[in-house]
Design a protein around this ligand. Structure first.
Ligand code: FAD
Ligand code: NAD
Length: 400
């Protein structure tokens, strides 16, 4: 009998854990497993604010896929997914096509612009390894250029705007504000020449998060020179900076866009019904009307029934979805009932640069060094789940 083909799209948190779990749940005779990804490396999206600000090497945030997955059990295809042809049970790639019996979509997210013009042209918005490299190089170039630029033209070179005070924006400015003294010293620039703005549309930074922790974060960042503009939606990004809904303009040579995400554009291109690129999944994580397609991670929309709002897309949920997805694929192939996915939210911890962080774990609030310890342990735990102690030794962070 022909072995069924399981095709996994995307080697992010969801795709990697699904692939790794399937090699344990299934034997080589049960199915052919194929994983497709744009690059031959996997990166930890959750670490990217660090290489973007230049506080961590991009090499630390990525690893060769062949170094962590058993490629004698998984066929890896380095290619870009272009479209899913559901009726033909095929996936079109830039350089070919693949057929599937079961499909797992874990293509992650893309920046949400909410229709604000100029984001793609003038802001840095790509939270990928290459996106992080580009921001870091640009920031350093602005510092290098400053002393070579006539005085009347150089003020905005050292103005940095972060659009959005969600977790991504806060974590990025935490790293940048921590690095600014070193950059000023390296390029002989007085620190007061640097201006860092975080511009947020909602009435609070980190909307919905614990107010005491938000205050802690804002006070700390302000003490490093960050200026918050709260309740100030950005309505346009230009070559010169940003224009606010009020009509005011803030000039800056660097705008980093962090106003949230939408699911991969491949979802809508492939004709799935979706909200901001995310498919509202069935309880077993399959796409409605498609018994052969699982949607995991940032491409999946899952409603938190307690508050009737979607769960925020996180790595924590992507990894848990991957576990359920692998078990449900096993049930489809070998018999048994499919599990309902229920997220087990352990908490949220965000870094603030240096040895600072904030977080809520269970019912405990964490600040400063203890939160920083927890954040590093969470980062290391993922490496442990994926590649065991060896990967933690190679790529892990020192929690102290
Ligand atoms: P991803 O991990 O983004 O992986 C998607 C994969 O698909 C990538 O490898 C990509 O290259 C590949 N891909 C995309 N398009 C194609 C294509 N067309 N063809 C082939 N391959 C493709 N969440 C937390 O829980 N905790 C945190 O601390 C946290 N911190 C974050 C910090 C930052 C700076 C950011 C940006 C996000 C953070 N998140 C955090 C959110 C978290 O990173 C995402 O929710 C998570 O990465 C989603 O996992 P995923 O598997 O769906 O997608
Ligand atoms: P987000 O949606 O959490 O925050 C985006 C922020 O941008 C919001 O506060 C929003 O009000 C603001 N915004 C939207 N439009 C704006 C505009 N025009 N002008 C100014 N502000 C505007 O998105 P994110 O921070 O990119 O995070 C994406 C996902 O990743 C979330 O689910 C988040 O929880 C997760 N994440 C988690 C962590 C962590 O746990 N440490 C870190 C980073 C990201």
């Amino acid at each position: 009998m022909k072995k069924p083909n399981i095709l996994i799209l995307g080697a992010g948190y969801g795709g990697m854990i699904t692939a790794s779990r399937l090699t344990k749940e299934l034997s080589a005779n049960d199915a052919n497993i194929t994983l497709v990804n744009k690059h031959d490396y996997h990166y930890q999206t959750t670490w990217l604010h660090e290489p973007a600000a230049g506080t961590l090497s991009p090499e630390k945030t990525r690893m060769e896929i062949k170094s962590v997955l058993d490629l004698s059990r998984i066929k890896f295809v380095k290619d870009e997914v272009v479209e899913i042809k559901r009726e033909e049970k095929k996936v079109l790639l830039k350089n070919g096509e693949l057929e599937y019996d079961y499909l797992v979509v874990g293509l992650g997210s893309e920046p949400e612009t909410f229709g604000v013009p100029g984001v793609h042209e003038f802001a840095f918005s790509k939270w990928t390894v290459n996106g992080a490299r580009e921001v870091k190089e640009h920031i350093e170039y602005m510092f290098a250029k400053y002393n070579n630029t006539p005085e009347e033209e150089r003020d905005q070179l050292l103005n940095f705007i972060v659009a959005g005070a969600g977790f991504t924006g806060i974590e990025f400015i935490g790293e940048l504000s921590e690095r600014v003294p070193e950059l000023c010293s390296h390029y002989d620039i007085p620190k007061e020449k640097v201006k860092m703005y975080v511009i947020e549309a909602a009435p609070s930074a980190l909307p919905g998060f614990d107010p005491e922790l938000v205050e802690y974060a804002m006070n700390l960042l302000e003490s490093r020179g960050v200026e918050f503009k709260i309740n100030c939606p950005i309505k346009e990004v230009t070559e010169e900076g940003v224009i606010l809904a009020s009509g005011d303009e803030i000039k800056a040579a660097t705008v980093v866009w962090a106003t949230g995400v939408r699911g991969s554009s491949i979802i809508e291109k492939s004709g799935f019904e979706a909200m901001r690129g995310r498919i509202k999944v069935e309880p077993d994580l399959r796409a409605p009307g498609h018994d052969d397609i699982f949607i995991i991670g940032d491409c999946a929309l899952l409603i938190n029934e307690e508050i009737n709002r979607p769960y925020p897309p996180t790595a924590q949920i992507a990894m848990q979805m991957a576990d359920t997805c692998a078990q449900n694929l096993k049930a489809l192939l070998k018999g048994g009932s499919l599990k309902t996915f229920k997220p087990d939210i352990k908490g949220t911890v965000a870094s603030l640069g240096g040895k600072q962080a904030i977080g809520v774990v269970g019912s405990r609030k964490l600040f400063g060094a203890s939160a920083n310890f927890m954040k590093k342990m969470i980062d290391n735990r993922y490496l442990f789940l994926l590649g065991g102690p060896g990967l933690v030794m190679k790529k892990g962070k020192n929690p102290l």
